[in-house]
Design a binder for this molecule. Structure first.
Ligand SMILES: *Cc1c(COP(=O)(O)O)cnc(C)c1O
Length: 456
């Protein structure tokens, strides 16, 4: 038996020098981003209340490649390039002819891919003179990544953390505080919006949409001292995540294979866009035909059951209106454990590409997702983040489909994070408490609360 190869590693020297900007190759025209009050296209002035000009320029750039600043590359080197692993032991368990590879973003120093954009956003804010950032966090992965990055660049950070998570998941709060961030349970009495909500219901458990509204309000009313930072959805966030796919291309090359299918879970779309867009470029420019599959929970089926329409990015209607697949800005998600996948909307770039048929989407139920996570943990040894487990479920389904058809298939999925701080989710699964919470919602119900926009 010839010796099997497991890890495909790159050296620091192979760390990408540029991010890939899918806007340069978009086969479909993006819809304009609208001001939530006037419903007219946003101006850079409106956005500059929240973001530094350098990130606004990246948001609208159509340059194919954007240089990664040396200061950012130096910090990336603390954990990048991340390993690409061939999941031999999972393949054997499934007895499949498919080859399964995964990119391990859980190897990052905060435990997920979110560090890739956190470091970049902190760098550009610092360079533009921002004194402090505000942000929201659900389960806490984004908050911990940004807390680490702000600490490296010596900037203050205020994190509005969804109250139920703040109370039920203290560990990530402690991580953020260890990096020096101030963490508040949202809704807070620090904002007008939070005060209103607390007056109506002092026990409001909070939601990601509410926490976004609070973080936006604090930055917008700070007279320029504080800016706001978002961990997903926006074009510049997906841009920063493209290092995942660029490294994967080189590593698949080392393995002397090319993926037939690339899979990632989608909350706001950043880790999926990060791994998939460089492969989309190869499809569009270099005659490849890799299937790109976005995986979401059946409890928040944004792409598979949402409507493609203009909607607000947040609950309080303060964030810009964008055209995206949405479950409605007032959607209240089931309290599933994959906190990072509960957002009502999705990256407009991913939505446009999905609508035009360039990417596929599937929705998977919770119990089957955790079953896949356990199979992965028991074969590959890594406890995956509940979010990443959705990608594993879809990868296993691909491998079983290849087996049923007795055909070879090269599968690559993104392991967006590890789950060592999500053990209560595993506990619920192991005790049989996880239920199939497939969302029952009709397009008519979603459309009831969407903003009226002329250009629909
Ligand atoms: C936040 C998060 C996600 C979902 O966000 P995307 O922007 O869709 O990538 C997925 N996995 C992990 C581990 C996360 O922390």
């Amino acid at each position: 038996m010839s010796e099997e190869k497991y890890k495909y590693l790159l050296s620091e020297h192979d760390l990408p020098r540029q991010w890939y900007n899918v806007n340069a190759d978009m086969p479909v025209d993006p819809a304009p981003v609208l001001n939530p009050k006037t419903k007219e296209p946003v101006t850079p002035d409106f956005l500059s209340v929240l973001f530094p000009m350098s990130l606004i320029m990246q948001e609208v750039s159509t340059d194919r490649y954007i240089d990664i600043p040396e200061e950012v590359r130096e910090i990336y080197k603390l954990w990048r390039p991340t390993p690409l692993i061939r999941a031999h032991r999972l393949e054997k368990l499934l007895d499949t002819p498919a080859h399964i590879y995964y990119k391990n973003e859980g190897a990052s120093i905060s435990g997920s891919h979110k560090t890739n954009t956190a470091v970049a956003q902190a760098f550009y804010n610092k360079a533009d003179g921002t004194k402090a950032l505000t942000t929201e966090t659900g389960a806490g992965q984004w908050g911990s990544a940004l807390a680490m990055a702000c600490n490296f660049f010596d900037m203050d950070l205020e994190v509005y953390m969804v109250k139920v998570s703040y109370e039920q998941k203290p560990y990530r709060r402690i991580i953020m505080q260890s990096y020096g961030a101030d963490v508040y349970a949202s809704p807070t009495d620090r904002t007008i919006y939070g005060q209103q909500l607390l007056a109506e219901n002092p026990d409001n458990p909070g939601s990601l949409g509410i926490a976004i509204s609070e973080a936006v309000e604090v930055a917008a009313s700070s007279g320029g001292a504080k800016k706001y930072s978002l961990g997903s959805v926006l074009n510049h966030v997906l841009l920063h995540q493209s290092v995942i796919g660029e490294e994967s291309l080189k590593q698949m090359d080392l393995a002397d294979e090319y993926p037939d299918v690339v899979i990632g879970c989608v909350g706001g779309g950043s880790n999926f866009g990060g791994i998939a867009f460089p492969f989309l470029r190869e499809n569009l420019k270099n005659g490849k035909s890799t299937r790109l599959v976005a995986v979401e929970p059946r409890a928040t089926p944004t792409l598979t059951k949402g409507v493609y329409a203009f909607d607000y990015g947040d609950t309080a209607k303060m964030a810009p209106i964008v055209k995206m697949y949405t479950l409605g800005h007032d959607f209240v998600p089931a309290p599933i454990h994959a906190g990072g996948l509960r957002y009502h909307g999705m990256s407009p770039q991913i939505c446009a590409l999905y609508d035009a048929g360039y990417i596929d989407a599937v929705a998977v139920p919770q119990p089957e997702t955790f079953q896949a996570a356990i199979q992965f943990a028991q074969t590959e040894g890594i406890i995956p983040a509940p979010e990443s487990a959705h990608a594993i479920r879809a990868a296993i389904d691909e491998a079983l489909d290849a087996k049923a058809k007795s055909e070879p298939r090269v599968i690559l999925f993104n392991l967006s994070g590890h789950g060592l701080l999500d053990l209560s989710a595993y506990d619920s699964y192991l005790q049989g408490h996880l239920i199939d919470d497939t969302l029952d919602i009709s397009p008519e119900q979603i459309k009831e609360n969407l903003p009226e926009v002329e250009m629909g």
